[in-house]
Design a protein around this ligand. Sequence first.
Ligand code: SF4
Length: 663
Amino acid sequence: MDVCLVNMPIAAVQRPSLALGLLGAMLKRDGISTKILYPDLWFAEYFGLRFYRKLYHTRPEDLLAEWLFAGTAFPDFEPDHDRFFERLFARNEKICHEEGPEAFKAMMLESREKVPDFIDWVIREILALSPRIVGCTSMFQQHVATLALFRRLRESDPSVVTMMGGPNCETVMGKTTHQSFPWVDYLVSGEADAFIAPLCREILDKGHGADPSHLSDGIFTPAHRETGYPVSAHSLDGLPRATSASLGDLPPPDYDDYFEELSGSLFKNWITPNLLIEASRGCWWGEKHHCTFCGLNGEGMVYRSKTADQVHEEIDTLARKYKVTNFEAVDNILRMDYFTTLLPRLEDLPEDYLFFFETKSNLKRTQIQQLRRSGARYIQPGIESLDSRVLKLIDKGAQAWQNVQLLKNCRQNGIWVSWSMIVGFPGEEDEWYAKMAEFIPLLAHLQPGGFIGLRYDRFSPYVNDPEAFGLELAPSELYPYVYPLTQEKIADQAYFFVEKNKPNFFTTLVQTPIPGHPGIEAARDAFRKWRREWPGPELCAREVGGEIHLRDTRPCAVTEQHRITGTDRLALEACDTAPTQARLMETLAQDATPQDITDALARLIANKFIFELDGRLISLVLNEPMESMPSDRLPTFGAVMAPQAAPRDDPNEDNEDQSRKVA
Ligand code: SF4
């Protein structure tokens, strides 16, 4: 075997790796024999599905999986584990809510002791294929597991060349990893697709001594440790990033090895897979207006996309080959002209094709209807706030009234919206949230979001230029318990940052009262109530003999049944598009006097059918018939869940704690 590509834990076991699928397809296209291995699945088999799920659902910034593998990656490094857990629980008290802090800590310490055996098992499986190059992708919490694998692989067979890439390897993070851990031979900062095949060819020809740096400045080689690393005037931290100019030549990802692995997995009955697709990279909004909190894309914000034909063909190919019709697009943002090119073409696909897309939030109703017709039943529109002053502060390019309209139009069309309110932005005022808390009860029939604190991620404007926002940032306090590096190096390796000498907002949000933030506390409580009650409440209208009959079961309802006629009806219907008052007057000028319109509006507002936000009059009323919401949102994202009850020969089968016996 020439190349073995490896997806280390912790990754989503319910889907193949897009990065490795793509690189594998390109290597095979070039005649380089390649196998993709999935030790993330083996991890679930080794430690049990219950333990895997616990780790998978921890927040990446809690660094728990990174800490778990650190004992194997850095065996001579013994940080103060008690202090690590104290700090972890202080920032995320929910993490141990099932077991309690002491039992949770004991379980993690015991598991950390088992990691060397797990890694040795993975190495035996890899070496059984006799690969000459082993490459890993590192995203979220895969970094230290990869370093652990490479370190023990180097000890087991020094002839194997190691190579890594992925979002955790961008620019200064990649340089720090490569410089600090000599068992990483080659590291790619940025996107490797433009040169992966010649890179591997060169390494296959020349082994550890290959110098493929002429292929791209973004490849860090063993020689760079001696001669110094390449620099780039185009990146903020001065280090190069490889960026593919176009996606036009990319083949569909090769997911064969994942499905082969899954079919033999202990947990095959538990896993409903989905497939990742990629229509674009970068962000067309962020190229011009980088949202201040966004660390996505690293230094690769420049927007590139595939043609509608290419995306359609890829979907068709993957669905036929793998018999999976649930697709999750990894794009940061949907290209706007896909609404007239790609999405109409997806309408031709069978009904069971489901899609998830990330979109801009200021979509028009017709665009949301198009998403629905195309099978895009799940979207993540980057709402982030229901206050336009916050949205302006973070350069989001949308207003709060548009976000409310989006929630309304998505509920009307049966589209699931994945969204969160983020709080704690520099420059925001607590009193803005008090105002928000007042109108949130009106939205009880629309889909609620999460309520989370701001995180400072590398590559975001906050981290790129903290002084500009009056911030003083430091790497998360957990990194020194993971990496045996100096503070200076940790600052270069870290992705997650916190404000110096300030509690972070994730911690603050669970407190009652929230000290100094009564507005945020009121908004948080309103969100909690919203989430508790939804999807019960209704506010919907139907036409009966020329009248509108309206049913309102929101907890804030004035009464449950209403009949709306005359100017009230005209005004209510006109406010569906959230006009300004001046525009509404203009629209209804032929049908009613200004006084009639003003009186109608007053009644509709008093009944809480319309509310004013950002100078817009928004009707909150949904119209029957409404499209139903997806009954189960899990399959589109893939799922790991207990199989349907069915008689099994082996009573131990389908037990989530079962583990594979390792020879
Ligand atoms: S948050 Fe979304 S829209 Fe904003 S820059 Fe990042 S990817 Fe683009």
